[in-house]
Design a protein around this ligand. Structure first.
Ligand code: PHE
Length: 453
């Protein structure tokens, strides 16, 4: 492996390190903040079913393809796609997949950082005692207080961007590896504690029915598009993050098994978060469709009836920040790697440059909750539009191209030896999903969701 690569990402020391790094990227605000609130806004059960189907039939094969392409190309996503494109498809234009991915990562991080800033703010609120004995009315007031002040939001957004940039600037794979090994199990444990709590104190039965009772009347074409988009968002697919990480996976490991463990962890975390949050929602007669504030307005209520209230809420929001942070690193990495390689920027300079652009863009999301909240176009505020454009259009579009490339441009022999499944039929299944189900599925959901058909 060349020096350039080591400078950019470092190398995963073991198979477990790779699983943890990709799970760290996958598990983030998407699972705990976004999944519950979009499920609430899109009617529950049927939406969850479509999301799970998209994860299995579209997300899983594309996750495998991204790892596969990254490991074959051994470079940042733009270079990887250019080299593989020339080699297997006769055109360097495939690098556009990487370029699109870099842009998408920048756009996503701009609003992701604002939400991660809310979580940081809640750590502070927990420490200062504001989250003690919160009831439903209080919880709403606290959240409104947080988002209505631009200076407050800018402060936390800046702090989150700086902490991401400092770490990425240093090139800290080993730091990430080490912290993820502790943080991920801790987050999981705390979610299990919360799940136990919600079964005892919340309305877990209603939550379960809401998540798993399929009421197809509530399912619109746009909801299906959002479910597809979220499958990409939650697995970090379609923008090259996994491709960049795949470049450091030693050959010889079975990609299918790696991918299945990552999908499993990611999905379980989202479903548990959904159970916890909706148990609290139903037990306290809160509204399911309250949007992006959902997790911030429900969990403090749950914590209030736990022993060690402040400790539980501080711990939870610290872990949420940590989960967001390991995802944000993978969102900015393709852009940084590209600046370093294509323009010979130093790693630090590249990071601060990109982080500054992202920070500026993020201001539009900051103002979406206060001064610009009345400024509505297309899907809503700037924040809503960034979210819809990236998660529901750009990521699935990137995924479509990746799937077509891996399924149609790589020959049977090449991809089967690279994917290295234990049984040939698993490989055949991957290839069938990549060639037909994923591309056709994405195209139909696109056209339908955008009202074209
Ligand atoms: N998967 C992350 C989450 O669920 C978000 C993300 C999207 C990260 C795309 C990287 C790339 O929070």
């Amino acid at each position: 492996m060349s020096n350039t690569n080591n400078n950019i990402h470092g190398q995963w020391s073991t198979r477990l390190a790779f699983i943890l790094a990709v799970s760290g990227s996958a598990v983030g605000l998407g699972n705990i903040w976004k999944f519950p609130y979009i499920t609430g806004m899109n009617g529950g059960g049927a939406f969850v079913l479509v999301y799970l189907a998209c994860i299995l039939m579209i997300g899983l094969p594309i996750l495998m393809s991204e790892v596969l392409l990254g490991r074959m190309g051994q470079k940042n996503p733009i270079e990887t796609m250019r080299t593989l494109g020339i080699q297997y498809a006769g055109s360097g234009l495939w690098s556009l997949v990487g370029i699109l991915g870099v842009l998408t990562g920048v756009l996503i991080l701009s609003y992701y950082s604002v939400v991660a800033g809310w979580a940081m703010n809640y750590v502070y609120l927990g420490l200062s005692g504001t989250l003690d004995n919160v009831d439903a009315a209080n919880a709403t007031l606290i959240f409104t207080g947080v988002v209505s002040s631009p200076t407050n939001l800018i402060f936390w957004h800046s702090l989150f961007m700086i902490s991401t940039a400092v770490v990425v600037g240093k090139g800290v794979v080993h730091g990430i590896e080490r912290s993820i090994k502790i943080l991920m199990p801790l987050l999981f444990l705390l979610l299990l504690v919360l799940l136990g709590f919600s079964i005892v104190n919340g309305d877990a039965v209603s939550a379960f029915y809401f998540l798993f009772k399929f009421n197809f009347d509530l399912l619109t074409a746009e909801a299906i598009l959002i479910a597809l988009g979220h499958a990409f968002f939650t697995l970090s697919l379609g923008m090259g993050a996994v491709m960049a990480y795949g470049a450091y996976l030693p050959r010889g490991h079975s990609i299918s098994r790696l991918a299945i463990s990552i999908v499993f962890v990611d999905t379980i975390v989202a479903l548990i978060a959904g159970m916890v949050i909706f148990s609290v929602v139903f037990a306290n007669d809160l509204s399911i469709g309250q949007g992006p504030g959902l997790v911030f307005q429900t969990l403090p209520i749950a914590f209030s009836s736990l022993p060690l209230t402040s400790l539980a809420s501080v711990l939870f929001f610290v872990l949420l920040v940590a989960a967001a942070w390991t995802s944000s690193i993978s969102l900015i990495e393709p852009a940084v790697a590209w600046l370093v390689e294509a323009f010979s920027f130093s790693r630090q300079k590249a990071t601060y440059f990109i982080a500054f652009i992202i920070w500026m863009l993020g201001l539009l999301s900051v103002f979406s909750f206060n001064s610009l909240s009345e400024f509505i176009f297309w899907k809503g505020t700037w924040f809503d539009n960034f979210d819809f454009l990236t998660a529901n259009l750009l990521l699935p579009f990137g995924g479509l191209l990746i799937s077509i490339f891996a399924g149609w441009k790589l020959s049977f022999n090449i991809s089967s030896s690279e994917i290295n499944t234990t049984k040939l039929y698993w490989f055949r299944l991957w290839r069938f999903l990549s060639r037909y189900i994923a591309p056709v599925g994405i195209m139909i959901i696109f056209l339908d969701g955008l009202g074209v058909i």
